[in-house]
Design a protein around this ligand. Structure first.
Ligand code: ADP
Ligand code: ASP
Ligand code: MG
Length: 423
């Protein structure tokens, strides 16, 4: 008998009908002879609604209480799902992250899983139950406080449980038919990928393809857990993400795997920084001490007359306030004229292992953007990725232009989006 971990995202369990539909799928997996562990997200946009509510009560809510609030979303869906399964005549038990043994560090709102001790899940399975686990949450190892894993964190819960339980596969059920060459909400001609390597998927996820969370792919690669991304609304086979393709998984030898975009970042420019050693270090130490992760960095050439320069960097919008406050507090030590905050930006990335050995990819990318009349503000690259920052208003057009320019448009069906609000 195999053990499968299935994860259902918020759009798959958006309402009572969705919960009943998913319950049937889970029961089918059990009837096929598997032991089944299910990780479930909060219903629909519940997490966003809870965040809005918290902000109405307090502009900067305490991390501990914020986590306690957000985990309520997944508790609702796990209990309802267990009820729906029981109603179909099968045994199911729901567990919070803490009960399932998801142990994390104590960084509230973006905790990392440091251990998984799924004793209670094993017992539940051995007793013939389907185990339902609340995604996106754990308990801190030191203070035993409830933590959350950051937005989209249920993906990570699923892979971490799959690794701890030595599952055959981790199935991620969502509202599209798999991983596409671009977000199907933006590019209707996006093509479904049959198989993609962990390496390319990591870059796509890091660049904003939220169909899989970056940390989840990192975890899957470390423990070599194959992921099957598929729709909970259709019976179609989805996308396999693994080290090597297995069986009939089709490998496309394309130079480019896909185009990703991200509108969740902002740009901070530190204006009038003395152009001398130690300045960048002081700025980024300040940011690091505030526990803010940065993404791209660019330093302008200094004006010879003043000896001053500007340093820009991008970061998650959600951390913008924290970063600005930290820099302002340390203004005297760092020494700068002013700060500029810009949240009207988007990042567009082209990803593919083939670009290592094929010249002209960067030129083709910039030409496609220029033909679409899109101005580039920042650039960063890795061995298998090129990213640019543009105005947010240009993002959809830019993604479509780049997708077409690199020959990624599908000539058959349109990509289907079954649910969700894209929020
Ligand atoms: P869930 O609620 O199931 O976790 P998410 O909204 O987190 O769903 O992720 C699924 C969404 O990811 C899709 O609806 C799609 O808009 C978006 N997405 C972005 N890039 C891609 C891509 N390359 N392939 C498929 N979906 C993508
Ligand atoms: N409910 C959480 C979120 O919306 C976690 C998840 O869905 O993965 O971010
Ligand atoms: Mg998700």
């Amino acid at each position: 008998m195999g053990l499968v971990v299935q994860k259902y995202g918020g759009s798959s369990v958006a309402d009572a009908e969705g919960i009943k539909r998913v319950a049937k799928r889970i029961v089918d997996a059990k009837k096929n002879g598997n032991q089944v562990v299910v990780v479930v997200s909060a219903m629909g946009d519940t997490t966003d609604e809870l965040i809005d509510l918290a902000e109405q009560v307090s502009p900067i809510p305490a991390g501990r209480e914020f986590d306690m609030l957000l985990t309520a979303g997944e508790r609702i869906s796990m209990a309802l799902l267990a009820m729906a399964i029981k109603n179909l005549g099968h045994e199911a038990q729901s567990f919070t992250g803490s009960q399932a043994g998801v142990i994390t560090d104590s960084v509230h709102n973006k905790a990392r899983i440091i251990d998984v001790t799924p004793g209670r899940i094993r017992t539940a399975l051995d007793e013939g139950n389907i185990a339902i686990v609340a995604g996106f949450q754990g308990v801190s190892h030191d203070k035993k406080d409830i933590t959350t894993l950051g937005r989209g964190g249920s993906d990570t819960t699923a892979v971490a449980l799959a690794a701890a339980l030595d599952a055959e596969v981790c199935e991620i059920y969502t509202d599209v038919d798999g991983v596409f060459t671009a977000d199907p909400r933006v590019v209707t001609k996006a093509r479904k990928i049959d198989w993609i390597s962990f390496e390319d998927m990591l870059e796509l996820a890091a660049s904003g393809s939220k169909v899989l969370l970056h940390r989840c792919v990192e975890y899957a690669r470390r423990y070599n857990i194959p992921i099957h991304v598929r729709s909970s609304f259709s019976g179609l086979r989805g996308t396999w993400v693994s080290n090597e393709p297995q069986g009939d998984q089709k490998v496309e030898h394309a130079i480019i795997s896909g185009v990703a975009h991200d509108v969740s970042e902002a740009k901070i420019t530190v204006v009038g920084v003395p152009d001398k050693p130690g300045e960048a270090a002081a700025i980024f130490r300040t940011i690091a001490n505030a526990e803010v992760n940065i993404d791209m960095v660019v330093q302008n050439v200094s004006a010879a007359s003043t000896g001053l320069t500007d340093i820009s960097f991008t970061l998650p919008k959600a951390e913008g306030r924290k970063a600005i406050d930290a820099l302002e507090r340390n203004r005297g030590v760092i020494g700068f004229d002013s700060l500029r905050y810009d949240d009207q930006i988007a990042k567009i990335s082209l990803v593919g292992a083939g670009m290592k050995t094929n010249p002209g990819v960067t030129a083709g990318f910039f030409e496609a953007l220029s033909d679409a009349g899109v101005n580039i503000e920042l650039i960063s690259t890795s061995e298998i990725r090129i990213s640019v920052v543009t105005r947010v208003d240009d993002v959809n057009e830019a993604v479509r232009a780049v997708h077409t320019a690199f020959g990624l448009d599908s000539d058959s069906d349109e990509a289907v989006v079954y649910g969700g609000t894209g929020r």
